[in-house]
Write a protein that binds this ligand. Structure first.
Ligand SMILES: [Zn+2]
Length: 91
């Protein structure tokens, strides 16, 4: 019954080595051709130190699905203002 999970602590640790992961949400920014697609409210395990987000395979599949629908124009994204800066051209 009382089965101890040795992997639990490892799962809760961020790759940065010091951060702990907690359930939260993240925002994904994916470039689709010339369009930048922002997917918000993505459930993820988020590091409290470095804000690195880890997405589950299930959520990852869901994102793929959304991308596919978006590419096939079966999903309309809300337009948001965006800006782009080329670091190589700011000198
Ligand atoms: Zn971290």
């Amino acid at each position: 019954m009382a089965q101890s999970s040795d992997t639990k602590d490892v799962d809760d640790l961020c790759l940065c080595g010091r951060g702990k992961l907690h359930d939260g949400f993240t925002e994904l920014r994916i470039r689709v051709d010339e369009t930048l697609l922002v997917i918000k409210n993505v459930p993820a395990r988020v590091c409290h130190l470095c804000d690195e987000a880890y997405i589950s395979p299930d959520t990852s599949r869901q994102i793929d699905d959304v991308m596919e629908k978006y590419r096939a124009c079966r999903l309309v994204a809300k337009p948001i203002p965006a800006g782009e800066i080329d670091l190589m051209q700011t000198a």
